[in-house]
Design a protein around this ligand. Structure first.
Ligand code: AMP
Ligand code: ZN
Length: 468
């Protein structure tokens, strides 16, 4: 499996730090509004990366933060006359709803910056102790030139750098030893949320948040650090400087960055005002369509958002879902159970589609080619499955289709929710079948319920059931 490492600008073979495990950190959003579909791109892309590692049998520890203390959150809180905490809690909840609707799995851990301040203070203190940071009038700065490898991720030369850094804008630049130094801790202004520290009552800089949360939940060395390409500099460059200076170890082995989602070939962003929120898009489309649209492009290619492309994604997705529904329908009505010899031979060919899918994904997560492999499978299913097919053959095809689309986070076999009354009726039918000693039928009903997520338990008081 090869992935493109921003650090080396090459595709490299993936070798995990620990066999069978992946430690992965993805920088999450700053929560002061609904997320826009540009923010959704890294969520969808790196959720797919995670799903593919899981498909390959890795255990993935996936950490993604919420930045819940920031100038923009404070500004929004002042505008609404509420606390910053209320703003961030509200938009974290809304963001989680959007993520669920896009079928983005919950992270193993979603740390909140405001709950990790103690660890950040400790990390800053250790940077001061090691000579990598200094305090001036309550502000703590990182001594950038002290870190010899500074610029290694963004391939920038220290002398060419100008300090156009988010957190630097907040504090006065005159007191710094060097314009390249960036803020680790800043004192509060009137009315801002703050925490006690040895230097001032204040709050951490943005970069130290991720260094600390990554260390706390994944350890000093991780396999993959990811985010949108605008984070390469200064955010990730500064994270590397802080983490490696504090821990004395190389930080992340592989750095993955997605390209922008554009609109009219300009980056979609809140500050330009040229964005659609995920919520707005959900009023017009199932968010599976948005997900499918995003995955039709390679994650390192810029992607232009347009209504036409969304319509075309919707149609393509429908073809896959229809094929799955068709297989389900045929399965229900199949006349024979086991595969014939001819079907067995036909089924062997499906391995080619799986191989094509894996080859594409192994090549730096080429989801566009992986989707082509899914379409080949769909075409094959549409041409080889019919009312005369055995249930086993149909199920075989459907299982592969579900397995591959699940890697992409696309749901093709929406299970119909069974109503309580239907469940009770099936349980009664099973009891009747048992009384009539028709155990095959009784077992079939039990399995049918199990497939729909209903678990039966035979107790002395009778049959009990619960939803899985
Ligand atoms: P922010 O809330 O601005 O820190 O962004 C959260 C994540 O969304 C980061 O990984 C950004 O790089 C990413 N992001 C923001 N805008 C876009 C965009 N238009 N296209 C792709 N990724 C984006
Ligand atoms: Zn980060």
């Amino acid at each position: 499996m090869r992935l493109h490492n921003t650090m080396t600008k090459r595709k490299e073979e993936f070798v995990p730090l620990e066999e069978g495990k992946v430690k992965m950190y993805v920088c999450g959003p700053t929560v002061y509004n609904y997320i826009h579909i540009g923010n959704a791109r890294p969520m969808i892309v790196f959720d797919t990366v995670r799903r593919y590692f899981e498909y390959k049998g890795y255990e993935v520890n996936f950490v993604s933060n919420f930045t819940d203390v920031d100038d923009k959150i404070i500004k929004k809180a002042i505008e609404e006359g509420v606390s910053s905490d209320e703003i961030s809690k509200r938009y974290i909840a809304e963001c989680k709803k959007d993520m669920a609707a896009m079928n983005v799995k919950s992270a193993t851990k979603h740390p909140l910056a405001t709950e990790e301040i103690c660890g950040m203070v400790d990390m800053i203190q250790s940077l001061i102790d090691k000579g990598y940071a200094y305090e001036k009038n309550g502000t703590v700065y990182f001594r950038t030139r002290q870190f010899k490898d500074y610029g290694k991720l963004s391939h920038k030369n220290l002398d060419d750098l100008r300090s156009g850094n988010r957190s630097l804008l907040v504090s006065g630049a005159d007191e710094k030893e060097d314009p390249l130094d960036f803020v680790l801790w800043k004192p509060k202004k009137e009315g801002e949320p703050s925490w006690e520290s040895p230097w001032s009552a204040g709050r951490p800089g943005w970069h130290i948040e991720c260094s600390e949360m990554s260390k706390k939940y994944l350890g000093e060395q991780i396999d993959i650090h990811a985010g949108g390409e605008d984070l390469v500099f200064p955010h990730h460059e500064n994270e590397i400087a802080q983490s490696e200076a504090a821990n004395g170890k190389s930080f992340a082995k592989y750095w993955l960055h997605n390209a922008f989602l554009n609109i009219d070939n300009k980056k979609m962003s809140k500050s330009l005002g040229n964005f659609f929120t995920v919520r707005e898009i959900s009023e017009k489309y199932d968010l599976q369509v948005l997900r499918f649209f995003m995955l039709n492009a390679h994650y390192r290619s810029p992607l232009n958002f347009s209504a036409e492309l969304m319509e075309s994604a919707q149609k393509s997705l429908e073809r896959i879902v229809t094929a799955a529904q068709n297989l389900q329908f045929l399965m229900k009505n199949a006349q024979t159970e086991a595969m014939t010899d001819e079907e067995k031979k036909r089924f062997e060919k499906t391995a080619e589609f799986v191989t094509a899918f894996e080859t594409a994904m192994d090549d730096d997560f080429n989801t566009a080619d992986a989707i082509s492999a899914v379409f080949e499978l769909v075409k094959y299913a549409n041409t080889t499955a019919d009312a005369g097919s055995s249930a086993e053959y149909l199920k075989g095809l459907l299982d592969i289709l579900v397995k591959l689309t699940d890697v992409l986070g696309i749901i093709v076999d929406k299970k119909e929710e069974l109503l309580d009354a239907d469940i009770e009726a099936l349980i009664q039918e099973r009891q009747d079948a048992r009384k009539a000693r028709d155990f095959a039928r009784a077992d079939a009903i039990r399995n049918e319920l199990l497939e729909k997520g209903i678990i039966l338990e035979d107790t002395r008081e009778g049959v009990k059931w619960k939803r899985a």
